[in-house]
Design a protein around this ligand. Structure first.
Ligand SMILES: *[C@@H]1O[C@H](CO)[C@@H](O)[C@H](O)[C@H]1NC(C)=O
Ligand SMILES: *[C@@H]1O[C@H](CO)[C@@H](O)[C@H](O)[C@H]1NC(C)=O
Length: 189
């Protein structure tokens, strides 16, 4: 097995998840200026995501907690088929000079995936993007609109989408995440 094949292996995962590769290298979006990890941590709800995932888990949320000044714990949860499921990961500030560019991994055997905060006001919304080049020939990407509450006004969603499109990121296939009936479900537990 040659080394370039080994390199590609971890990136097969997105394809299994129904990811669509795009030709060319990743776009290079601008990130939140003077990003503050301290202000960003806490609880965020997923409002919309790319790629589209139909009939998957609902009530998806992520709880970020600081470990050190530049690393954090990530606990994501969702309700799937009536069960609350959790996945835990570790995040880091990849480059202190570019604090909006975070990296997250959910497994010790996988490298950090990019987790770039394109824009956030810390108290309402966050616009997050992840993109991985594959041999500079094509790329796979993920995008999320996060909110501190389970609902976000349409105007805020439109503004978040504009942040992506202004950075040459196509979010026309973004789908809304289901956040209905969540608190009722969780209270029963
Ligand atoms: C987030 O994680 C922290 C630290 O583990 C915990 O104290 C807090 O209760 C969690 N919040 C939610 C909403 O899960
Ligand atoms: C997107 O770009 C347009 C044109 O430059 C600008 O008016 C608008 O404010 C930008 N939107 C966001 C959310 O940055």
């Amino acid at each position: 097995m040659n080394s370039s094949f080994t390199l590609v292996l971890p990136f097969l995962l997105p394809f299994i998840n129904g990811q669509v590769p795009h030709w060319g290298a990743c776009p290079e979006p601008s990130v939140q200026p003077a990003f503050s990890l301290k202000q960003f941590v806490g609880r965020w709800f997923e409002i919309a995501k790319l790629p589209a995932q139909f009939e998957k888990g609902r009530c998806i949320e992520t709880n970020f907690t600081l470990k050190t000044d530049n690393s954090f714990r990530v606990v994501s949860s969702e309700i799937e088929k009536g069960e609350l499921r959790k996945i835990e990961g570790i995040g880091v500030t990849v480059d202190p000079k570019n604090p909006g560019k975070l990296g997250i991994t959910y497994s010790y055997v996988l490298p950090y995936s990019p987790y770039w905060i394109l824009s956030t006001d810390y108290v309402n919304t966050a616009v997050v993007y992840s993109c991985t080049d594959i041999l500079r020939l094509f790329h796979v990407d993920f995008a999320w609109i996060l909110s501190r509450t389970r609902r976000l006004p349409t105007s805020a969603i439109e503004k978040a989408k504009e942040t992506f499109t202004n950075n040459s990121i196509d979010v026309s296939r973004m789908t809304a995440s289901r956040q209905q009936g969540c608190d009722r479900f969780l209270m029963k537990k």
